[in-house]
Design a protein around this ligand. Structure first.
Ligand SMILES: Nc1ncnc2c1ncn2[C@@H]1O[C@H](COP(=O)(O)OP(=O)(O)OP(=O)(O)O)[C@@H](O)[C@H]1O
Length: 603
């Protein structure tokens, strides 16, 4: 396989490490299984008739061999033709009952199972939407995606037929054991003597199977996480001509996954022969001991045939339970990963006493803020910024100086370690998150365009805005002309991330979206990409409309934006080194002056 030959070309362990999925190596977790079944609770009523059908179906199956016993012993000598007919009718009736109950059971378990999966997926998605940025910082998006798709799907089999089949097999098994012992205790014990042996041999195997399937899931999760990253980063991959390298890495992971699957599957298949051998030994014992009992007139031929029939039915559920064990293990590995997410609590939690933030004016105070993403590494040190409503603040500084961090704190994506952020004098930790974020608008550097029409993308700012308001917002930020030049105007369909639009056009769309939302506080992470002078002028004009009457924080990259700001906060390594207007700071000839000179040599 090419993975082996490529392994010398680079050290794969140095890149794409998805540590997060390595952790689960625990034994079978019954508490987890019980927790999973909580999702079935709302469907208890619907489940009752299914269980009833299952019990009826199983009992009729158990009655079949009894008819055979009677037929051979009392009817086959041809003297009692009527009894043969009646036995035939009874057999047919039993088969019909089995057919009807099976059909009902399969149909309804599928429906209930799908509903449970639907609930679980919704619950998981609802939960991860609440999780803080901190959670997403630590995980590749792919691994989050895998849990909502693959891991939830892996539970599908369990919920659609697994649970009911499990119960059915258990009832059938106990029923047969009871009948075998009831018919003849000695014979029953003799034929079942091999069962403990089988459990003993298979218990070591079961452990290996469990680890095998866990390993498969980990490998699959890695592939999916990598796939997701690869698709997201396809442009970068192609620009750096990394396709071959990427392919070799993928091939490597894929072959590891294949090996892991083959191993688990081979272990799983080892179950079958163990059961077959045990069954064969059991059958030998039955006929050896059974014939001697016939010779001694203790049992009849019909009895032995019926007994053999029950024995056949005895191994069937055991075999299925063995297979189901691996299904259960796959489901348990997935549910562990799902619950790991569900148990994750958002770092940014609302206080019980949190009140909605009233309609704000827009005064903002960063009061002696210290913040660290990781303990011991301060990203912001003693930051104090006092902003009056309606002022525009430009945040400037070299890369990594803490500009985005300030913005993250204002939206309460993280909480400071020390100090507080206040809006209109109210600590933002005391208000509900929704009321805070709905009054703070953000225009990100990498404007996210959703699949849909241009109109819908603008309307994302305020879902109940009318068409006229959408057009009005677009006009105000000078986006209307370019939208009208598109094939279907406002109805033009754009794909995810808006690749048919230029960088400048995407910016204007995001301005229109923000204007429609009409927040009192606006955060703008200005795009760094250079655009032509004409678009630059348009954007500056658009910005003026957008910023009017709002408090704004801008991570500014264009000199024109920085110049127009009411106040410029200059950051260096998480510390404010200078603050003032453009003219004041240039006059001062300090850090800002050097920074601006370095960035914009034409000044
Ligand atoms: N999620 C994170 N986890 C850990 N450290 C982080 C995280 N985000 C940022 N940092 C660190 O915090 C510091 C400030 O980062 P920040 O993103 O605020 O800088 P910035 O000024 O916005 O940079 P840029 O102009 O490059 O966007 C940097 O040292 C960065 O490495």
């Amino acid at each position: 396989m090419s993975a082996t030959s490529n392994s010398k070309t680079h050290n794969r362990n140095e890149r794409f490490v998805y540590q997060d999925d390595e952790q689960i190596e625990k034994p079978f977790n019954w508490a987890q299984l019980r927790r999973l079944f909580v999702y079935m609770k709302p469907y208890r009523k619907e489940l009752m008739p299914v269980l009833l059908m299952m019990v009826i179906g199983t009992l009729t199956r158990l009655a079949n061999p009894l008819i055979i016993v009677i037929a051979i012993d009392t009817a086959l000598d041809g003297k009692n033709k009527q009894l043969v007919i009646w036995l035939g009718v009874a057999m047919l009736a039993l088969y019909i009952i089995q057919w009807v109950t099976n059909k009902y059971r399969i149909k309804h378990t599928t429906i209930i199972g799908q509903k449970v999966i639907y609930d679980l997926r919704n619950h998981l998605f609802q939960h991860i939407q609440r999780l803080s940025f901190n959670f997403y910082d630590k995980r590749p998006a792919g691994s989050v995606l895998v849990r909502i798709t693959n891991d939830v799907n892996a539970l599908q089999d369990l919920f659609t037929n697994g649970v009911v089949n499990l119960l059915m097999d258990c009832i059938q098994l106990f029923g047969i054991v009871f009948i075998l012992l009831f018919m003849n205790v000695k014979l029953g014990l003799a034929v079942m003597i091999t069962v403990p042996l089988m459990f003993f041999v298979s218990s070591a195997l079961r452990k290996r199977i469990r680890f095998g399937w866990q390993d498969v899931r980990i490998k699959q999760a890695r592939i999916n996480a990598h796939l997701n990253e690869s698709i997201q980063g396809m442009r970068v991959t192609q620009s750096y001509v990394q396709e071959k390298n990427n392919m070799s890495f993928f091939d490597h992971m894929n072959s590891i996954n294949l090996k892991s699957w083959n191993k688990a599957s081979a272990l799983n298949q080892a179950f079958g022969p163990i059961i077959e051998i045990t069954a064969a030994i059991g059958t030998c014992i039955l006929f050896w001991y059974g014939t001697s009992l016939i010779a001694a007139d203790v049992i009849t031929v019909g009895f032995l045939v019926g007994y053999a029939n029950y024995m056949g039915n005895f191994w069937e559920p055991i075999n299925r339970l063995g297979q189901m064990y691996s299904q259960l293990l796959i489901a348990m590995a997935s549910s562990e990963r799902i619950f790991e997410f569900i148990d994750e609590q958002p770092d940014i939690a609302e206080k019980d006493t949190a009140q909605p933030l009233p309609q704000i004016r827009g005064d903002v105070l960063f009061d002696d803020i210290i913040f660290e993403y990781e303990p011991g590494r301060q990203a912001l040190k003693n930051i104090t910024i006092n902003v009056q409503a309606g002022q525009s603040i430009a945040l400037v500084g070299h890369t990594g100086s803490g500009k985005s961090t300030i913005i993250n704190l204002l939206c309460r994506f993280y909480d400071p370690v020390h100090g507080s952020v206040k809006i209109d004098g109210i600590d933002i930790r005391d208000v509900t998150i929704e009321s805070l974020r709905s009054q703070v608008g953000i225009v990100l550097q990498d404007t996210f365009i959703f699949s849909g029409s241009i109109r819908d993308n603008i309307r994302y700012g305020r879902l109940n805005a009318t068409d006229a308001e959408v057009v009005e917002a677009a006009k105000a930020v000078h986006a209307h002309d370019f939208i009208m030049s598109l094939p279907d105007g406002y109805d033009t369909q754009v794909e995810e991330r808006g690749s048919i639009l230029s960088m400048g056009e995407r910016q204007l769309l995001s301005f229109a979206r923000a204007l429609l939302a009409d927040p009192r506080i606006l955060i703008l992470d200005e795009a760094t990409a250079s655009i032509d002078t004409e678009t630059e002028l348009k954007i500056q004009e658009a910005l003026k409309s957008l910023l009017q009457g709002r408090t704004s924080f801008m991570i500014a990259h264009r000199l024109s934006t920085i110049r127009n700001a009411d106040d410029i906060v200059v950051l260096d390594h998480g510390v404010i080194v200078e603050q003032g207007t453009h003219e004041q700071l240039i006059e001062k000839g300090g850090y800002y002056n050097t920074l601006i000179e370095a960035q914009f040599r034409f000044i």
